[in-house]
Write a protein that binds this ligand. Structure first.
Ligand code: 3HC
Length: 311
């Protein structure tokens, strides 16, 4: 039974009124927002690693400049999201500690290797495509700082997806070897991209409450279906084959039926046993340790400044 404060809160949510950091909110609302926004931020930061791997090996100067811009955008997305999480009373240091200790998650998709240049195309097209599908509804979520961060992020994501699709287009119009590279990348990134949307609705532990609080506006399976329906025609346009023998247009539902996702793989990856989990965490730990001297210098400088102001 809801107490009067919670009932008033839920009425604001139902009326589509944005909740701001200083408003009263149920502890569970605060906790799930810190969980989701911080893991979203971690995803942006860790997500720079697979693509960063190709900045020095891009095939042309133009592709290098585009990829550099995209990776820098992801860093910025991470910073907006850490700031949104901090409005809920958690510190950047706490969030960083949760990531580096393995307590916090980041998107499963970033635990897969980027083996060829075609992977950079597949990531822009599929991974950023899935991220857009998931982030567009978040622009309307009930927590003000998160929804406003998403509006800015979504503007930049559309460029990320277009440049990825353009890489795939060039490869598919290239030599047979280049087209084979594009097909190989689609084969390796298709299913992990579907897993980005999270467990099936039946398996999702947070969906019901997150949807009641308008943090999650559409269910995991609903967004996954929209992603499949939008992406399969794009693969066909490229002349590529989606690696799912069960994929078939279903006239009645006005969408594609598709094969069973390997949930064992998904849960293994989010448990830390994916192809690159250790490598990604080692890279983040090293970056944090390598940056310690700089953070300490900043703090020492700030303290000296504060000391001067006191005297
Ligand atoms: N990777 C890792 N963990 C995942 C996951 C994934 N793809 N999908 C679900 N999980 C985790 C959830 O975090 C939860 O674990 P937790 O309780 O320890 O946090 C558990 O699996 C159960 O899943 P639920 O569906 O019940 O959890 P949610 O209601 O939180 O839904 C979500 C999962 C749809 C990912 C939701 O958290 C969400 O919308 N997050 C914001 C979007 C986001 O994080 N996107 C990352 C995409 S990558 C990106 O944005 C970078 C882009 O620029 C390329």
């Amino acid at each position: 039974e809801m107490d009067p404060q919670e009932r008033a809160f839920q009425e604001r949510i139902d009326a589509g009124i944005k909740i701001e950091p200083k408003d009263w909110m149920p502890e569970g609302y605060r906790k799930t927002l810190i969980r989701q926004i911080s893991q979203h931020a971690h995803s942006e930061i860790v997500g720079q690693l697979p693509e960063g791997n190709w900045i020095t090996r891009a095939p042309t100067l133009e592709r290098k400049a585009i990829l550099l811009a995209k990776v820098q955008d992801e860093a910025g997305h991470g910073l907006y999201l850490y700031c949104a999480a901090e409005t809920l009373g958690v510190s950047r240091d706490q969030l960083t500690e949760q990531l580096l200790s393995g307590k916090a998650k980041y998107s499963s998709i970033f635990n897969y290797p980027t083996l060829t240049w075609a992977d950079i195309g597949a990531i822009g097209w599929l991974v950023d495509g899935a991220a857009i599908m998931n982030q567009v509804p978040l622009q309307r979520c009930s927590f003000g700082p998160y929804s406003r961060a998403m509006i800015r992020v979504c503007k930049e994501e559309s460029f990320h997806q277009r440049q990825g699709y353009d890489i795939m287009m060039k490869l598919c119009q290239g030599t047979p070897e280049q087209k084979a590279m594009a097909q190989d990348a689609l084969n390796r990134w298709w299913w992990p991209s579907l897993m980005m949307f999270g467990p099936s609705d039946a398996e999702s532990v947070h969906s019901a409450q997150s949807m009641a609080w308008k943090i999650k506006l559409n269910s995991n399976d609903e967004l996954r279906q929209k992603f499949v329906d939008q992406t399969v025609p794009q693969a066909e346009y490229l002349g590529l084959t989606v690696p799912d023998p069960d994929l078939k247009w279903n006239e009645d539902k006005g969408g594609y039926d598709y094969g069973e996702i390997d949930w064992a793989e998904f849960f293994e990856v989010i448990k830390g046993n994916g192809p690159c989990n250790r490598e990604r965490m080692a890279a983040r730990v090293k970056a944090h340790e390598d940056g310690a001297w700089f953070r300490e210098g900043l703090m020492a400088h700030a303290e000296k400044q504060a000391e001067r102001r006191r005297n």
